[in-house]
Design a protein around this ligand. Structure first.
Ligand SMILES: Cc1ncc(COP(=O)(O)O)c(C=O)c1O
Length: 390
């Protein structure tokens, strides 16, 4: 049986216990957020130096299992500096998926590089190792310096898969292709804090993993991001580049290369420290919500997007695949008219004005998902561990 939009709306309203509007995703704050923010104000250390920044980075590294975490002003800045750190230069190509938020490609463009798009897999909605390998076989050659785009001689320097809606991409497959071709792997894990791939936190499978703490993410610092590293030397370079490349000195201002003012302010980190304490509750609540959606939609023509095999997703945004575009549009129109924050997926990047000239392989799954996927309201519902209940 197909649950009509009105059945689905009733189900969502019962979960969120309201007849009012229900956002796609809303942050949740409690007593610790207030306490740490006030403490930060009282200390006067609200800017780029302060104890909360160090505490946030230590806690973030502990939670993810990283050797080191470096916090930044937002996820986009994090991606930008990550690409610089792995050596992306003007004129380079960076393999990535077209099915992503615009920040992934923008970070590539900020380096003067251009995206090279490969298709995504249906199960993960993330970059497909099979599509990537086929594309490389067709357009690239391997020399001692790595992968080169045959037609133009441009280096294919890095690869940025994205863990779509929190579902881990096929990391074993992607690591194998990157290793074979000598391409640096940077994970866009902006949406995937709390997600595991074969028991290991995402973000740790390549050289750098990048997270976002924008207001719509599972954990927010207002605005913010973090880079994680399995290796401390690269982390030290990240710290240097994100703090205007200033050499440590008590009073002298010596900047020894082009750096960025990308350090996360202490006041944002204070909020983040409180939010990180609640991450397990957020993940538990969102996984329970996902299980309830999956059960409600079982046997309907809206296919719920479950976590890929071998992974534990944070289910940042729950999603369904509609049978056709007309059903998707009707669902979006009806639910939004009734105050429910349902959204389509992003316009694929190869269809935007900025990136339509970027080189690419065939993208049939990207285009299919872009026309069929709808995100469902995904905040931790009231009374769950992620919202209100201790
Ligand atoms: C996939 C992806 N990459 C990058 C970003 C950029 O993060 P920010 O908004 O913190 O700059 C986001 C989210 O906003 C995202 O969803």
């Amino acid at each position: 049986m197909t649950p009509t939009s009105s059945h689905l709306i009733d189900f969502i309203r019962s979960k969120y216990r309201t007849q009012g509007s229900i956002p796609l995703h809303a942050p949740s704050f409690g007593a610790s957020e207030r306490k740490y923010l006030l403490d930060c104000l009282d200390s006067t250390f609200v800017s780029s130096v302060g104890a909360y920044v160090d505490r946030f980075e230590d806690e973030f590294a502990r939670i993810t299992g990283a050797a080191k975490a470096v916090s930044v002003v937002n996820g986009t800045a994090g991606l930008h500096v990550a690409l610089r750190l792995v050596g992306v230069e003007p004129g380079d190509l960076v393999l990535t998926q077209s099915l992503s938020f615009v920040a992934t490609c923008n970070a590539i463009a900020y380096c003067g590089a251009q995206p090279l798009f490969a298709d995504v897999d249906r199960e993960t909605m993330g970059l497909s190792p099979t599509a990537m390998e086929a594309l490389l076989e067709e357009v690239a050659l391997r020399d001692e310096g790595g992968a080169v785009h045959r037609a133009t001689g441009r280096r294919i320097r890095a690869c940025v898969p994205m863990h779509t809606f929190g579902h881990p991409a096929d990391l074993d497959g992607l690591v194998a292709v990157c290793d074979k071709w000598g391409i640096a792997l940077v994970e866009d894990a902006a949406e995937a804090l709390g997600s595991l791939y074969h028991g290991r936190h995402v973000g740790l499978f390549g050289l750098i993993g990048v997270f976002s703490f924008n207001g719509n993410k599972i954990v927010t610092t207002g605005g913010g991001g973090a880079l994680v590293f399995t290796e401390t030397q690269l982390a030290a370079r990240a710290r240097h580049l994100t703090t205007t490349a200033k050499r440590p000195h008590a009073w002298e201002f010596v900047h020894d290369e082009l750096g960025y003012n990308y350090r996360m302010p202490n006041i944002n980190a204070a909020l983040g420290c409180a939010q990180l304490e609640r991450l397990p509750g957020f993940v538990e609540a969102k996984r329970a919500l996902a299980a309830d959606y999956a059960e409600f939609l079982r046997g309907s023509d809206l296919a719920f997007c479950s976590e890929p095999a071998g992974t534990r997703s944070n289910y940042w945004l729950c999603a369904v695949v509609c049978p056709d575009r007309a059903t998707r549009d009707a669902l979006l129109t009806e639910t939004n008219a009734k105050g429910l924050g349902m959204r389509p997926v992003w316009m694929p990047m190869h269809q935007t004005a900025m990136y339509r000239d970027a080189p690419r392989g065939p993208l049939p799954m990207t285009e299919f998902l872009a026309e069929h996927v709808v995100n469902l309201p995904s905040s931790p519902p009231p009374g769950t561990a992620g919202n209100g209940a201790a």
